[in-house]
Design a protein around this ligand. Structure first.
Ligand SMILES: [Zn+2]
Length: 188
């Protein structure tokens, strides 16, 4: 599907494709196309240990809970013992082999600013097998009509286990992007 010419499809056909992927259907035509291209690029964000990914570095080590397991974050939610070191450590670990420190710092800063400027529109959580799972919905920096879902799994001590985001940079199991940084800072 990577070479599908989404531009030639009408909106209802695009929505059929998005629905197959479990993606949200809101947005203008060009945003629906962008979302489909992001899904294709990221192997449809399929994130489970049963997917048969052979490379250990790319293997999901925990299974994401089902959508219905998540509840809204409230003052009574038990949160992981997350601190800035957990976030930095994870981002540096992932970036070390990819794009380097300058980009890492820029993504951190963008994510922090997005949190301050209320780009995070929803945050839900779930605890399973001593892991804390969060799912956030974060507005695109460029187009407020577009938003991305972010999923992050934490151990109780705040260590980040795996993460993924619907954006172009967000392929799991260990994705780092400004949307993931935004959600981390919101939980902090
Ligand atoms: Zn992202």
């Amino acid at each position: 599907m990577a070479n599908t010419d989404y531009g030639s499809m009408n909106v209802s056909a695009l929505k059929v494709e998005l629905r197959k992927r479990g993606a949200k259907l809101n947005g203008l035509k060009e945003q629906l196309i962008q979302k489909l291209q992001d899904y294709d690029r990221n192997n449809n964000f399929v994130g489970n240990i049963t997917d048969g990914i052979k490379n250990d570095d790319l293997a999901y080590t925990v299974e994401w809970p089902s959508d219905s397991s998540y509840i809204s974050v409230t003052s009574k939610s038990v949160s992981p013992d997350l601190d800035i070191v957990n976030i930095s450590t994870y981002f540096l670990e992932v970036y070390r082999d990819n794009v380097g420190m300058t980009e890492c710092a820029a993504v951190h800063r963008k994510g922090y600013n997005m949190m301050i400027n209320e780009y995070l529109v929803a945050l839900v959580t779930c605890t399973q097998n001593n892991l804390h799972f969060y799912r956030g919905q974060v507005h695109s920096e460029n187009t407020k009509a577009l938003s991305y879902f972010v999923s992050i799994a934490f151990e109780s001590d705040g260590k980040i286990v795996q993460s993924m985001c619907e954006c172009a940079a967000g392929m799991g199991p260990k994705a780092v992007c400004k949307h993931i940084a935004c959600v981390c800072y919101a939980i902090l």
